[in-house]
Design a protein around this ligand. Sequence first.
Ligand code: CTP
Ligand code: MG
Length: 233
Amino acid sequence: MAFNTPLPPFAAIVVAAGKGQRSGQSVPKQFAIWRGKPVIRHSVETLMQAGAAPMAVVIARDAEEQARDALTGLAGYELVVGGETRQQSVANALEHLDAAAPSSVLIHDAARPMLPLAVIDRLLAALQTQPGAIPVLPVIDSLAIASDGFMTGTADRGALRRVQTPQAFRFGPILAAHRNWSGEPNAGDDAQVLRADGGDVALVDGDEALKKLTVAEDFMNERPYIRTGQGFD
Ligand code: CTP
Ligand code: MG
C-alpha cells in the first residue's frame, strides 16, 4: 500500500532486547526466521519504508552480532543497549533519541513482524491532535473472572480493548513520562506510562496482522530457511 499524502516526520524505536523465553526457539525469537526473514527484519524494513528516522533498535548487550546479521544490508538504524524490562529498554532508547530532538516517535515490539502501513497512517493522523495514540482491537470472546479454577464472575468486554504496537507519541511527553514513572519498573506498555503522567491516549483501529509472536505454536509451519550468505531479500 502506498501513501496518498506524505507522512509527517517521525522517529522509531524497535524493542528487541528480550529473551523470548516462551517461544521455545534456539535464539531469542526476534532473531528466529519467520516467513523467510528474521522476525525483527520485517518491521524494521516496514518502518524504513514509511520513512522513520532516526530509528533506534534496542538489543541485549551481547546481541550486536546477531542484530547486525539479521539487519544485514539495511542502513538507517542505530543499536541501543536495552534493560532488564521492556520499559527500561524503551527508556534507554528515548534517552538516546533525545539528542536528535524528534517531534514524535513510534515504539514497536520487534516480535510483531507484520506491520500494516495503514496502521502507521492512522497513528500519525491521531498524533496531530493528541500526545499519544495506540492501535487496539475489540475483545470477541466472553471474559470470565477466574479464581482457583472456578469462574467467579464475568467482565464486561464492551469497554475492553486488546492493545497492540506500534504506539505513537509526541516525543517530549513520552520522554517526560518515562522519566517521571514511579510505579513498578515493568509497565506493560508505553501508553500506560503516558497515562500515569496525565497524557491522553487516543485509540485507533489495530489489525489482527499485528499479532505478537510469543509461543512455540506461533513459529510452527515455518519452512526451514537456509542462509546463502547473501543476506535476505
Ligand atoms: N523486550 C525488550 N527488553 C526487555 C524485554 C522485552 O526490548 N527487557 C522486547 C522484546 O524483545 C519484544 C517486546 O519487548 O520485542 C515484547 O516483549 P515480549 O513479547 O514479552 O518478549 P520477550 O520478553 O523477549 O519474551 P518472553 O517474555 O517470552 O521471554
Ligand atoms: Mg517478556
